[in-house]
Each structure stands twice: as C-alpha cells, then as structure tokens.
Design a protein around this ligand. Sequence first.
Ligand code: S3P
Length: 451
Amino acid sequence: MSSKRTPQLIMVRPWADGRAKSLQSEILCPPDKSVTHRSVMLAAMAKGDSEVVNPLMGADCRSTMSVFRALGVSIEGDESGNATGTVRVSSPGWDGWRSPVTPLDYGNSGTTARLLTGLFAATPGLFVTCFGDASLSTRPMGRVVTPLRTMGAKILGRDDGRLLPMAVQGQQLKSAKHTVDKATAQVKSALILAGLGCEGDTSVTLPSGSRDHTERMLAALGAKIKVEKHGHLETVQVTGPFRPAARRHLVPGDPSSAAFFAVLAVLASGTLVIKGVLDNDTRTGFIMLLEQMGAKFDRRRLLDRPGYLEPVMDLVVHGGSELKAIETDAAAAPTFIDEVPILAVAAMFASGTSRIRGLGELRVKESDRLAKVVELLSIAGAKVWTEGDDLLIDGPAESVQPFVFDPAEDHRLAMAASILAKFADGPCRVADPQCVAVSFPDFFEVLGSLG
Ligand code: S3P
C-alpha cells in the first residue's frame, strides 16, 4: 500500500463458538472500487459539474481523485470514508486538463495506472510523469503500453515501458484493432478509453469474462460502443471521437468486499444480509462457486434503484451448510479473480480436494497472491499446493492453527486472513492491517460489529 511500512500487527480473536456462531445480522456493502474509479474518470472527462454518489473513499480511489486534481479538476465532498457521501466533480473537460508540474502518485492502484495510461496517452498536449508504490512498481504495464504504442502513443518507462515510473506525452492517436490474450478489464478499458480520443473504430478482442463496467457506463453516456461474443472471445468496439457529458454517477456495493463477509457467514450458522451489492455476472462468480460447494444464498434484487446503471441486490447468506470441494474452469476465473483468497479459505472447510484453475494472473496482483494464499492456508494447518496455474486445497481442515501472517501489504490477503482467524483455535495476528484501506476502510469495524 505504501512504500513506507508502518510495522503493526492486529490481533484477531476467534469466535468462542467457532462455526457454531449464529449470525442474525445485516451489514451495508461498501461501495464498488472499479465503478468509483470509472465514475471519477468519466466525470473528469466531462466538461462541467458531475456528481459521484456513494463513492468508495478507499486509498485506490483517492489516488485517482488526487491525480485529476493535479490536472485542474476540482473534486470536493465527503472525505470521511463514509459510504453515504457524495463527491462533486467540476472539470474543464478532457480537452482542458493541464499538465501537472509534479509527478503523479498512483499509490497501490493498478486500475488508476492502467486506465489512466490509456487516457493520458490519447490526450494531445498533456504531459505527465507518474509513479506508484513498491507493489505497483513491480506490476506489468507493458500490457497497456505495447498496444497503445501501436496507436502512436509516446510513453517512456522503466524497462522500456514495462514498469513504472513512466512518462506519457499525450498525442492524437490512431484507431486500431487490438487482440489481447488475457481476460483483463484494465487493459480492455485502457484501450477503449484511448479509442474515445481517436477518429473511427477502435476494437479489443479478448477472452470473455472480465468485468464490463466501462462498456456499460459508456453505453449509458451515449457512446457508440458495441460488444460481440463469439465462442470464448468477446470484441468491444468503440467509435471515436467521443466526449462524455457531465452527469450523476451512482456507485453500487462492491461484490469483492461482500465476498469476505459472505464466506464468514457461510462458515458460521444463522443468516447475514449484505445490503446493496452490485449484481453483475462478471463480478459474482464467487456466489456461483460457493453455491456449487453447497452454500445457500438468496439474491433479493432491488427494483427501486433509479439511476443505477447495473442491477443491485441484498445478498442473503445462510450459514450452516456442509461444504464440498469444487473444480473450476480456467475460463471462469476472471469472474472471481479478486475473490480467490477468500474462496480458498472456504475451500479449506469443504470436504475433498478443490481445484481452482487458471490463476496465473494472481501472481501479478497487489502481491504474488497465489504464493501468499498457499502460505496463509499452510500456516493455518491446511494441505494446499499449486500445480502450474491451478490452486489445490484438501479439506476439510480438522482445525485452524493460530497463525501470524504478513499479507505483504495486500488488502485482500489481510482481509482473508482475518476472516479465517475467526475460526482458529486461538488468537491470530495479521501484519499491516491498515492496508485494508485500499478497498474496505471499515473492514475491521464491520468484523468487530459481528462479535
Ligand atoms: C479491475 C480489473 C481486474 C481486477 C482489479 C480491478 C478493474 O483486473 O482484478 O482488482 O477495475 O478494471 P484485470 O485487469 O485482471 O481484469
């Protein structure tokens, strides 16, 4: 999360009654990180006054907001991290951004770095230099830089543009047809955003399944955008030039944050209602997997949500089911990629050997999540290993050994470890717990509220 580590440990006490703990509670789902990033970007591209209602004020989204402030966009509003705030964005518009005099700090945020590289490369006259924290500085940027260069982008960066820090000299780019070999929403979105600045059609063909918020939001704003599915591939085509108009963006709850408490409730007994969760198939693969394991959910679609671009639900999680192991297809991985750490915790309690396929991308997330998930489950006493890009977990664990875990400042690992700790045989310790602020600033308060 930050290159300056503040060494700190949080102790998480297990529930005295472990899996017999009966929940009868309701929690509010924190706002979606991906939708907040895109709402702020589209609002900054629009000339005039926009609003982002219920934004996630986590560290990643704050990075996106401070970048646009440095470009001359006014972004004001609730800075408390409170989930019910509104942020007001007043922008001179995409054509009016000024070049910042100091380097832009992308913090820990891959979405900020990748999407904004596409957008800034396609902004004639803009010049930016940018850097990230220690984790982001190791994450691959060549996946956006290489295709952008085929459109005429002028980008310099460490290791020939494969890594941050970078410098981007914005240009009038040429439209292009791209083929990408991974199902990645960040690359897809970076190329679509760049395409909005070009004359004519820019397309991206890639394996299906990655999140589709950029496409949905641009369609709602009136962009000419077309999505076609053919077999396991999808092609997104956008016709430029396009300038989004100012509007009110409403941010639904984040399924990736809901997943931690969904698994907590599945492993306990009783019922937990998680209110206001985004219900989009590209994000809710974890629910399908937990159902295949034997968990029980009700999705209560909320029909009275005017202004939301995507469906929203209250997710009712019923605990107490016997869980059985699952095997997943590699092609499904993008729909639950951020949830693998917490799904691995669930698999530890399922009988049989679970095999979650196609997780190579986890090696280049905020940490090497594949290695760190193996480490977490191993120190808790589970039999867990990898075969190529597959994660295998033998369950059910007879007990969870108390552990001390260093999540390598990766928010999703810190949260998965803290959920697992509720079922341990004694208190557990998690290092750098403040890293949860990247996506779920109130995580420990919500966990504490459940006893
Ligand atoms: C994101 C896309 C996903 C996800 C990340 C956020 C986004 O990455 O893992 O946390 O906001 O577009 P991919 O680029 O691998 O799809």
